[in-house]
Ligand binder design. Structure first.
Ligand SMILES: Nc1nc2c(ncn2[C@@H]2O[C@H](COP(=O)(O)OP(=O)(O)OP(=O)(O)O)[C@@H](O)[C@H]2O)c(=O)[nH]1
Ligand SMILES: [Mg+2]
Length: 221
């Protein structure tokens, strides 16, 4: 028996992600999904971003981890934060993101950050309703990672190269990592910085502001 399929079958998860993406846009929120291997500096980048903005832009954070609430404890003094504990799963899914978002104290933020579980593989396959996916690579991981984990770089719009304060001490070429990543994703915006030393955080924050402006007003220059 043949079954005629006249429209693409979209998974329930993808539909949920798309409708949340649209809702968040209508509310004026740019949703940024941060992915990286464990320890690349996702939470440190969010701490630096919140400190840079202080209260100039409102932001909230949903932070995913396999166990513990440690990242939420770090971020809560700086911004409304919900910890999403996956209980063993190596990535976040949209249902958990939605539950966390519903527990935030307010519905409207300029920026909502989702920090995924540290993992350069599985999170690449899950749409969390974000408008912008940002992959972090740190200088201690080796500049070969974009070529070895291409899907994460292919599905991202920006790449942070973190821990640049360590460049004098580690064999890492920003040029090689950027070249390999752009072979996979030519449109990738690249931000070398140091979250710990607070270096080049302003450039990253300006990029976020311009991305939000573009989302809300695509005709704006
Ligand atoms: N030297 C240096 N260390 C950094 C920098 N950013 C983060 N670190 C350190 O790297 C370690 C991991 O940073 P986190 O911000 O916890 O990294 P993460 O990606 O959130 O880690 P997971 O949530 O466990 O995946 C911490 O010891 C930070 O102090 C940086 O720019 N330079
Ligand atoms: Mg973290």
């Amino acid at each position: 028996m043949k079954i005629a399929v006249n429209k693409p079958v979209m998974s329930e998860q993808l539909q949920q992600a798309q409708s949340l993406r649209e809702l968040w846009k209508q509310q004026g929120t740019l949703v940024v999904h941060l992915v990286s291997s464990p320890g690349a500096g996702k939470t440190s980048l969010l701490e630096a971003t919140a400190r840079h903005w202080k209260n100039r832009n409102s932001m909230a954070v949903l932070v995913g981890d396999i166990a513990t609430e440690r990242d939420a404890e770090r971020l809560s003094p700086l911004a409304p934060t919900q910890q999403l504990t996956t209980g063993g799963a190596c990535h976040l899914e949209i249902s958990l993101v939605r539950q966390g978002w519903e527990k935030l104290p307010a519905r409207h933020y300029d920026f909502l950050f989702i920090e995924n579980v540290g993992n350069l593989v599985c999170p690449a396959s899950f749409d969390l309703g974000e408008h912008l996916r940002v992959v972090l690579l740190s200088t201690t991981e080796g500049d070969d990672k974009p070529a070895k984990y291409p899907k994460m770089f292919l599905t991202s719009q920006a790449m942070i190269i973190n821990k640049c304060d360590l460049l004098p001490h580690v064999p890492f070429s920003v040029e090689a990592a950027t070249r390999d990543a752009r072979l996979i994703q030519p449109e990738l915006a690249v931000f070398p910085l140091s979250a710990w030393r607070n270096e080049c955080i302003e450039t990253w924050c300006q990029y976020l502001v311009s991305q939000r402006q573009q989302l809300l007003d695509p005709d704006h220059d």
